[in-house]
Design a protein around this ligand. Sequence first.
Ligand code: AMP
Length: 283
Amino acid sequence: MRIVRSISEVREIVRQARRDGSTVGLVPTMGALHEGHLSLVRRARADSDLVVVSLFVNPAQFSADEDLGAYPRDEAHDAELAADAGGDILFAPPVEEIYPEGFATSIHVSGLTEVLCGAHRGAGHFDGVATVVTKLFHIVAPDVAYFGQKDAQQVLVIRRLVRDLDIAVRIQACPIVREPDGLAMSSRNAYLDPAARAQATALNRALDAAETAVARGETRAQSIVAAAHDVLTDAGIEPEYLELRSPDDLRELDDVGEAALLAVAAQVGRARLIDNRILKAVS
Ligand code: AMP
């Protein structure tokens, strides 16, 4: 796998590939790769001729009190994993390459970014995500870009900016990859000590409880959320948010309707964890 640090070099590689008629897939990551990331790389490998994996711990999406300094980093290991999963290029630029002196532009997607993680991490979080992803789309110009449904709000924000800014890329969302006990894989799971790791399984169990309630015919948001909340409470977790929203535009829902997104975030031990489930009403 070739590790590329500069924008000009990755552009040249993509230009050459396109001249040869190749299609290009992009998998944006912040590294500390796990099976969740690798599922995206494998999907890109299956679809595209040239697979670019980007590794950039984006300072712009961390607020001052978040874990930028502590974020796990192991580029050599990531390069091995990404190569084994089918990546061709690891685009791992230094911070100055992405944010040169005097960088002054920000992409803001209104509405979608003011709720859930946007409300709790601050508006700057999704501005940081939208800005870096827009840059990556311009730098790599992929045919398809792959994102995990684990970050459901992020997928919606990116779909919206691609539509609004007429960026010629297809966004492919991929299913959440979980540990055998149901915990959604996350680079931040590395922060969990054994007790917190055990506690963290409650997030997925809470989503299961909501799904069971819906399968039994419950349609009211309040009752569905309460079923999930009970599981978290039993595990000693007070969620940052636990909300039923429209999977299309994150509108608040009173009723599950045809399909609804149940999204949760919680601090568990030293890790801030998120998870979600699309709930489909029984017909
Ligand atoms: P990150 O490195 O956390 O920014 O994640 C990079 C990409 O991997 C994002 O599109 C995430 O949604 C995706 N991702 C992270 N964890 C998972 C997971 N457990 N299952 C599927 N995709 C994931």
